[in-house]
Design a protein around this ligand. Structure first.
Ligand code: NAD
Length: 496
């Protein structure tokens, strides 16, 4: 029996301008990170494929059957995409698990979220209103919004189907066409999504999916003169390079980048909830999450007891087979990425960190065949240690004690990143005060890593610019136009 439903894919073809064809780049062998078995061989795109896809997209979005549709008609297409995702929910969840090794319960959540994202932005498109602005002369003034044209969507490997949907749904709802470039190592669900869009009646050329290398496919997309906007999720270094190229073209970009998020436990917190939330915040998704709460600040009076409880609980996490419903942590994405995490662990030890748990690969239960790594906790470091300043993107937590609110806020904000933060306290005034003082795009109070499509998401500082999600998320894919309608009975005064 096949490891996943191959009907979701078109052999080794990619989706260019509404047609399935072999990409002109080399073949990429997709492997399952849990045991390194082969998922599929996928052809990759080249700059030539990028040009074909972008030219087709530029023709397709302007047509009567896309940007020219009434918004409720376009919304109906997006609702069909959502229904088709739902109809294949389990198959897509398995495909996503095979693609990046996340536990099945988590990939089921991602697939559900992808369907809901299409529904949400279908509703936004139908209900968002343009405005008639207060007139200051003998004219009627209106502010209207129009699609941008061809949007390049570039996504990372950690939550592919959800990240793809967060870009495709609002961009399509606004009437654009989208050329999607998934991460090189996780092309499968993006290709399945292309099939679903095609089946749902998205017109030919409006969506293309081009797997391949960032330095080839991504770069060609960003530089293409017909691409009107880049929506990027990924690392800060790549994001900064894209922003530079975009500046040359004076093209809008939105950037969802890395993080090094603090979670803060005050002495009055509900400690059962806090232990649970801190563990979930850093170790779910094996720490491969932009919002991973990777720096833990604990009030000194409860520090020893809290860190002891946390370490005990981390040692009990179930690390293993992602197809099991009770698995909490699957493998890391690749051999190279695990090696990078291991280098950070070595660095933490070199800098004087005390290893409280983990710090090694697990053995037994066939885990040697995959890229597994144990949940790892350090203390004995200060916030200026490299492991506190750089994004590891793995299951590594550093615990730090704090003495007072002021020094806590200074340390929490002492980071180039500003993506998210968590606060655990029963004192509502303190929760408010500290959440206002934290320089991050999201703050969770007595919870962590909860998401809602109706609430905007994005980073401060080097964690990015622009916002995804939320009612106005669709406006990131539109441009504004002001229209003046003359109502004068007489010629303009100047002409007299
Ligand atoms: P990455 O930056 O290496 O790659 C992201 C995407 O960019 C991939 O599709 C890649 O192929 C492409 N790319 C690489 N070089 C490119 C170039 N020169 N031009 C154009 N495209 C290029 O990131 P990754 O390793 O795939 O993902 C991990 C990173 O993503 C982490 O830093 C994480 O924090 C971040 N991330 C951020 C969010 C968020 O919402 N803020 C969400 C998920 C992941």
């Amino acid at each position: 029996m096949s490891a996943f439903d191959r009907d979701l894919l078109e052999n080794d073809k990619i989706f260019v301008g509404g047609e399935w064809r072999r990409g002109a780049g080399g073949a990429y062998v997709s492997i399952y990170p849990a045991d390194q078995s082969v998922n599929a061989e996928v052809s990759t795109a080249t700059a030539r494929d990028v040009d074909d896809a972008v030219v087709a997209a530029d023709v397709a979005w302007r047509k009567a059957d896309w940007a020219g549709l009434k918004v409720h008609e376009r919304a109906a297409v997006l609702h069909r995409v959502a229904s088709l995702i739902d109809a294949r929910h389990e198959a897509l969840s398995v495909l996503q698990r095979r693609d990046n090794g996340k536990p099945i319960n988590e990939t089921r959540g991602l697939v559900r979220s992808a369907a809901n994202t299409f529904r949400y932005f279908a509703s936004c498109a139908e209900t968002l209103e343009d405005s008639v602005t207060p007139s200051r002369g003998d004219y009627l003034t209106m502010s209207v919004h129009e699609p941008l044209g061809v949007v390049a969507a570039i996504t990372p490997w950690n939550s592919p189907i959800a990240s793809d949907a967060q870009k495709l749904a609002p961009a399509l709802a606004a009437g654009n066409s989208v050329v999607l470039k998934p991460a090189e190592v996780t092309p499968l669900t993006s290709l399945a999504l292309a099939r679903i869009c095609d089946e749902a009646g998205v017109p030919k050329g409006v969506v293309s999916v081009l797997p391949g290398k960032g330095s080839v496919v991504g770069d060609a997309l960003v530089r293409h003169p017909l691409v009107a906007k880049v929506s990027f999720t990924g690392g800060t270094t790549v994001g900064r390079g894209i922003a530079r190229l975009a500046a040359e073209k004076l093209m809008p970009v939105s950037l969802e980048l890395g993080g090094k998020s603090p979670t803060i436990v005050f002495e009055d917190a509900d400690l059962d909830h806090a232990v649970n939330g801190v563990l979930f915040g850093i170790f779910s998704s094996s720490g491969e999450s932009c919002i991973a709460g990777s720096r833990l600040f604990v009030a000194r009076p409860i520090y020893d007891e809290f860190v002891r409880r946390l370490t005990r609980a981390a040692q009990c996490l179930r690390v293993g087979d992602p197809s099991r419903e009770d698995t909490q942590m699957g493998p890391l994405i690749s051999k190279q990425h695990r090696e990078s995490v291991e280098r950070y662990v070595a660095k933490a030890i070199e800098e004087g960190g005390r290893l409280l748990c983990g710090g090694e690969r697990p053995t037994g239960n066939a885990r040697e065949a995959g890229f597994f790594y144990l949940p790892t906790i350090f203390d004995g470091l200060t916030n200026d240690a490299r492991v506190c300043q750089e994004e590891i993107f793995g299951p590594v937590l550093v615990a730090l004690p704090f003495d007072d609110e002021q020094s806590l806020i200074e340390q929490a904000n002492d980071s180039v990143f500003g993506l998210a933060a968590g606060i655990w306290t029963r004192d509502y005034k303190r929760a408010w005060r500290v959440s206002k003082a934290l320089a991050t795009g999201t703050v969770w109070i007595n919870t962590y890593k909860q998401f809602s499509i109706s609430t905007p998401f994005g980073g401060w500082k080097e964690s990015g610019m622009g916002r995804e999600k939320g009612y106005f998320g669709i406006r990131e894919y539109m441009r504004q136009k002001s229209i003046y309608w003359g109502m004068n009975e007489q010629p303009l005064a100047w002409a007299k």
